[in-house]
Design a protein around this ligand. Structure first.
Ligand SMILES: Nc1ncnc2c1ncn2[C@@H]1O[C@H](COP(=O)(O)OP(=O)(O)OP(=O)(O)O)[C@@H](O)[C@H]1O
Length: 268
């Protein structure tokens, strides 16, 4: 279903996203300064850091929702912020997004919610769209729930349905903003397992904002850590390695979850 004429993904393991010198200000507030990193195709990259350090801001700039003050983001070689309208449409098809709210429309059942991006981006018939919706629902463990309204299912199921919708167009990359927000630890662990399963089965690149340590250790192939005072990256790598070996106490404390870690370590 990925007729991405304008987007040619790299081989697995090669960079699919290149962030270079990204700087973002909101008026007087400088949030990100000269941020650069890559995301490899097929990788689960988790963006971590203390509250207000710019994680969501970074995510929103990667997917092109906001124009940066400086720097660039490339997705499969396409400049996200200077794309032609044809490329922009192809990029939108290539990105699946699951934001904190889940953002399912309450008046529509789960199948109708999943069909929305299909209506916008494909010429599938109603019957074909319904088949895709059912397939995506079964992929996230919600087979048979297509006629349920969002209000009729649990919080964890809503997240799964949001994930099914984010995957409707078989995206090359999935972006999650705090997927476990509002979930109890068991449901959160189930969602982590689903994310891992989908990554393994489909090879979809995943970029996830999270501050749930258990979740970070469970799913991250690699993390990048942002810091509010540095206005950018202070560490990247395997979270266990960073916890045990980072030369920066702030980083060790974050992953070791020392009391007062993130804010406290700066003042030591
Ligand atoms: N559209 C905006 N206009 C003005 N300021 C903004 C805007 N978006 C974010 N900010 C500010 O930028 C800073 C970074 O916000 P952001 O939401 O990216 O942080 P975060 O790391 O995701 O935080 P949290 O973990 O608390 O969700 C904050 O000070 C926030 O108030």
């Amino acid at each position: 279903m990925n007729s991405l004429a304008a987007i040619t993904p790299p081989e697995p393991g090669e960079p699919i996203i290149k962030v270079r010198g990204l700087s973002v200000r909101f008026g007087e507030l400088e949030v990100l300064r000269d941020v650069s990193f890559d995301v490899m195709r097929g990788e689960i990259l988790v963006i971590v850091g203390g509250s207000g350090c710019g994680k969501t801001t970074l995510l929103r700039h990667i997917i092109g929702l906001h124009q940066p003050n400086a720097g660039r983001v490339e997705f499969s070689g396409v400049d996200v912020h200077n794309a032609s309208s044809r490329q922009t449409r192809a990029l939108r098809r290539s990105f699946g997004m699951l934001f904190q709210s889940g953002a399912l429309l309450g008046s529509m059942n789960l199948a109708e919610n999943i069909c929305l991006p299909l209506e916008d981006h494909t010429s599938l018939s109603d019957r074909e769209m319904l088949q895709v919706a059912q397939m995506k629902l079964s992929l996230v463990g919600l087979a048979g729930f297509q006629n349920h309204l969002p209000a009729e299912i649990s919080g964890g199921m809503k997240k799964r349905a949001g994930l099914a919708r984010a995957m409707a167009l078989d995206p090359l990359a999935l972006f999650f903003d705090e997927p476990s927000a509002g979930l109890d630890p068991i449901t959160s662990a189930e969602l982590d397992a689903l994310i891992l399963d989908l990554n393994k089965a489909l090879g979809t690149t995943m970029i996830i904002v999270s501050h749930e340590l258990a979740s970070i250790f469970a799913i991250a192939h690699r993390v990048i850590m942002l810091d509010k005072s540095k206005k950018g990256l202070i560490a990247q790598g395997d979270p266990r390695w960073l916890r045990d070996n980072s030369p920066d106490p702030l980083v060790r404390n974050f992953f070791g979850r020392n009391p007062g870690g993130v804010e406290g370590a700066r003042t030591k």
